[in-house]
Design a protein around this ligand. Structure first.
Ligand code: ADP
Ligand code: MG
Length: 322
């Protein structure tokens, strides 16, 4: 059985590229580009909480990094470096090989260099834990904050909502979908595509932003809380996964679209005077951007309305401790 050090060397050590010193010493050494702010974020994925036991290891390697990159996207930061802490009950080399392949495929595509981490055994009853810290760069003053939205701003959302939550429902056997829809929503759940390019292009255009990790309603609420404003959202204008049209379950659809986690789209706000710029950006990126509502003066209240303008009952986001 290989030692911890052999495993690290074999699966995670690669020659340093932009880091001055990568994996292998007590610390890594990195030199941020002159004049840039470092954007730093940590996300932890726990088996049974954030991913199902038996999830394909290659996809898990992708997703673990993708959810971290998504936080940088939501700040308008460009991804640079990451550290990876792993706890697992046994050193399963086949699993590590697949996991690292998924991790590095996305890392290479996203310009992320793995510069360090920690590897440890979890007690036999415990499961896999994956904790990644990501480092990105953003020019001072350009980061997209949750606190920057103003009353009167448009509220936008990228891509589509609810697919990942539907993928989870499908995985848990709660819905039956065609093979094609099942495959599509499973990919939405397991292979999220962080909106890095969008985040970068929103510098100087968006007033506020957040990524959709816990569900549209809950994540938009974070913008309201930090910006001290309210919002009205048109439920019908929320972009949603096409599989819902075939399902014919409006209740489940609403739950997934408003409160389903794991979509990793961006919600952002922008002045109504910049609508043309946002629409042009959508065409350039070939990424749908939907204007779904408006920021309001006053109370931090999120209202949903139907096509006729009637209020819909509110829906919360996903909270791990509820
Ligand atoms: P220390 O005991 O000083 O924490 P370790 O033996 O834990 O050192 O790690 C040795 C080297 O391997 C360090 O550079 C560390 O950053 C790196 N490392 C450990 N685990 C991982 C991992 N899962 N991914 C990337 N690098 C790792
Ligand atoms: Mg260590």
């Amino acid at each position: 059985m290989p030692s911890e050090f052999e495993l690290i060397r074999h699966f995670f050590e690669r020659p340093a590229r932009s880091a001055r010193l990568g994996v292998g010493d007590d610390c890594a050494l990195i030199a941020p580009s002159p004049g840039m702010d470092l954007a730093v974020s940590t996300d932890m994925l726990a088996e049974g909480i954030h991913f199902l036991t038996g999830t394909d290891a290659r996809r898990l390697g992708h997703k673990s990094l993708a959810v971290n990159i998504s936080d940088l996207a939501a700040m308008g930061a460009s991804p640079r470096w990451a550290t990876l802490a792993l706890a697992m009950p046994t050193a399963d080399e086949a699993w590590l090989s697949e996991f690292s392949a998924g991790f590095f495929a996305l890392a290479d595509r996203s310009g992320v260099e793995l510069i360090g981490g920690d590897t440890t055994r979890s007690s036999t009853s415990a499961s896999i834990m994956i904790c990644i810290t990501i480092f990105g760069e953003v020019p001072p003053g350009d980061a997209l904050l949750r606190s920057g939205a103003h009353p009167g701003d448009d509220i936008w959302v990228s891509g589509e909502l609810g697919g990942a939550a539907l993928g989870l429902a499908q995985r848990l056997g709660r819905v039956t979908l065609s093979n094609q829809d099942a495959d599509y929503v499973t990919r939405r759940l397991e292979l999220p595509d962080p909106r890095v390019e969008l985040g970068l292009r929103l510098r100087g255009l968006a007033t506020g932003a957040i990524d959709v990790s816990d569900g549209f309603a809950g994540d938009l609420m974070h913008i309201l809380e930090r910006s001290g404003a309210g919002a009205q959202v048109h439920y019908e204008s929320l972009p949603r996964c096409a599989a819902f049209a075939n399902l014919g379950d409006p209740e489940l659809e609403q739950r997934c679209v408003l409160s389903g986690g794991d979509d990793y789209e961006l919600i952002f706000t922008a002045s109504a005077t910049r609508r043309d710029d946002v629409e042009r950006l959508a065409r350039e990126l070939k990424l749908p951007l939907a204007c779904v509502g408006t920021m309001l003066e006053g109370e931090r209240k999120l209202e949903f309305c139907d096509a006729a303008g009637r209020a819909l009952p509110a829906a919360g986001g996903f909270d791990h401790f509820k």
